[in-house]
Every structure is written in structure tokens, then in C-alpha cells.
Design a protein. Structure first.
Length: 126
């Protein structure tokens, strides 16, 4: 494997580990908390229907729960868009299968021209 492929492999392992250990569990945990806040607000709203103050408190909790769920969905979407916008999606996919058709230019250096006319060998003529 070339050094670029090794580096991409290491980057993929790091990103995958961060996603599996930190990012996705954190988004799931915060989404769960937001859902529980929404359920708590709904319960307060339903069970204390006679009190206007309790209903307002329930509405606030339901609103906060919905806002939390929207924020978590937005965070996931923004991260996905960022990865694909900067071209990391294809690079990270190519580390799994470098022989795929779209991966032929991912690991090649930009200036890999072997037919360079500016030869610095002093034994050759102009």
C-alpha cells in the first residue's frame, strides 16, 4: 500500500472510532433526553389540565423537547453535509475498497507526471 493509502486508512479508522464511540452515542443520548423532556411536558400538560400554570409548564417542556430533537437532527445533517462537501466521503469510502472505480484518483498525487520535459540531468542536451 502507498503512504497515501496508509494515511487514509488511519484517518478512516480514527473517524470511524470517533463516530462509533463519541458522536453517534452522544447524538442518540441527547435525542433520547429531548424525547423524555417532551414526554414529561406532555404528561404535565395532560395530568394537570385544570391548572393554567401547569399547562403552560407542560407546553414549555414539550417545546424544549421538540427544539432539542430538531437540534440533534440538524447536527447529524450538518456533519453529514460537511463530510460530503469537503470530499471526505469518497476518500473515506475508498479506504474500505481502494479498487473501486471512483477511487483511481483519490490516492494519486496531483503532480504525478513521469513525462516531465524539465529534466535536471546535466548529461542531457536541451
Amino acid at each position: 500500500m502507498s503512504p497515501q493509502q496508509d494515511a487514509a486508512n488511519e484517518a478512516w479508522k480514527f473517524v470511524e472510532k470517533v463516530n462509533d464511540v463519541i458522536l453517534f452515542p452522544l447524538i442518540a443520548l441527547l435525542s433520547g433526553i429531548a424525547f423524555l423532556v417532551f414526554i414529561y411536558g406532555a404528561a404535565i400538560f395532560i395530568f394537570n389540565g385544570a391548572s393554567e400554570q401547569a399547562r403552560d409548564k407542560g407546553k414549555k417542556h414539550m417545546t424544549y423537547g421538540i427544539i432539542g430533537l430538531v437540534i440533534m437532527a440538524s447536527a447529524y445533517a450538518i456533519l453529514s453535509i460537511a463530510v460530503n462537501t469537503f470530499g471526505l466521503g469518497q476518500t473515506l469510502d475508498c479506504t474500505k475498497d481502494p479498487t473501486a472505480a471512483q477511487c483511481n484518483t483519490v490516492f494519486n498525487p496531483v503532480n504525478n507526471n513521469t513525462n516531465n520535459t524539465n529534466n535536471s540531468n546535466p548529461n542531457t542536451g536541451p
